[in-house]
Design a protein around this ligand. Sequence first.
Ligand SMILES: [Zn+2]
Length: 552
Amino acid sequence: MSRFTSLLLVLISFSAFGQKKTTSPSDQPLPPIVIGITVDQMRNDYIDRFWNDYCDGGFKRLVRNGSYARNLQYNYMPTYTGPGHAAIFTGTTPAHNGIVANDWFERKYNRMTYCSADSLVNGVGTSSAAGKMSPHYLKSSTIGDELKIFTAGKSKVIGISLKDRGAILPAGRTANAAYWFVGGEEGVWASSSWYMRELPKWVQDFNGNGKAKAYASSTWNLLLPEENYTESIEDNNAYEMPFKPLLRPVFPYNIDTLKKHNGGYEILKGVPMGNSLTLDFAIAAIDGEQLGKNNTTDMLCLSFSSTDYVGHQFGIHSKELQDAYIRLDRELEKLLLELDKRFGKDNYLIFLSSDHGGAPTPSLVQKSNAAAGYWSSDNFEDQAELFMNSKYGQGNWILNESNLNLFINRTLVREKNMKLEDMQRTLAKWAEEQEHVTKAYASCDLTQENYTSELGQKVQLGFLPALSGDVIYVLEPGFMEYSRQGTTHGSPYTYDSQVPFILYGKNVPASTNYAAHSITDIAPTVCSYLRIGFPNACTGNPIISFLRPAKK
Ligand SMILES: [Zn+2]
């Protein structure tokens, strides 16, 4: 071998070695920061319905350059805010993460409790009860918890949302902080003693910067000329709930005037300016905590809540809702530009999804002959009590009805030496015979059987024997318990269960995916990208097409 050949071989082996290093997936540098965005009450079809009104730098930038799953569904019920936020970030369902509803009935104390309420902690930055919140009910780990395990606690994980549960549940139990907005007279971002003793200086500074006051003194008008809002019905109609004390649900809304009648600073949750304030605070958090500047991957869980309040009050058909999304789109553009500035273009990972969708307003769609309507759980509970009395003798048999769960008085069952399982099945059978009830399940069957039907599985994955009722029932599609103005969510049907999932960042292929995916697939997809462990009770699978290295 000549000296030249051996030199060449050495060069080839060096370059081959070098090449191996740069093409192996494990050598791709991890992003300095991950932002997990939850848009509260975002139906997947809002991407398409309002597409022409979006700017190039917000939703369009994410969809065009990222991976987008168009058919991702919640695989359990109830589709509420607390369970939804928990499912996205734990990669599992209420059956494992413990968040079975926003509020649920506690048999032991015979009272309702709230998914992030914690009487053992104190508010930090607020003296109101709104501060006594923590993730203590959360039973499984989140993406952020796993990131911390992977980096020996070096990663910072922070949750931010106007709603406490929207900040607390995504960030997880070991998070550095969660911050939420306290309305009323305070109008401040606060936390609790679960995380800290006092607010960091940057939070105190933010609370003193007058931004909440400025937004609460502004006017909400349509962002674009009115002729752009062809995807919505006329502004003045009978299917929307006007702000107090207004008689009509019409633009413009003078927030300063409405503030007095709508809980002071609480009003900011119900207008798009609440999302603007959330973004301002998130950017202050990135700078204040030096997120992404610590030689490791940090995580910000960011939830935009105003869209949910607007959806509830005005419904999915309203100009108010459309405008809230057009404005959120501009906030997303701003966020991406701020991230570009700090970390370099696309040198970060973003994922976006929603905690649930929203139903068409029944009173409106009924006029076009759609099958839809209203449900009274009080009436149903009374009827159930009458049935139990006729069947088992006089007694206070039904302790509680909440979240379509009926709770039987088990103390009375024991006293009378009756068989609980038989009573559960009898009550479930009775429930199924009632008008507008599609199906009802006895707790004993949910514990013992393995349901394979779509609906049975959704009920089972949202069920925990210790927290759920004795009978769980499901209404027909289009039916809800709500006022005749505005709308809600919670059902297992696609209008509530189908949400977008977008992953955006370096080496995420630009693709749109029509295959069926589950909400529990988000966390394992994100964790696979980051090459960290999955949340400990994760039941989903990574979406493979989101993870292929991009071709250069
Ligand atoms: Zn809601």
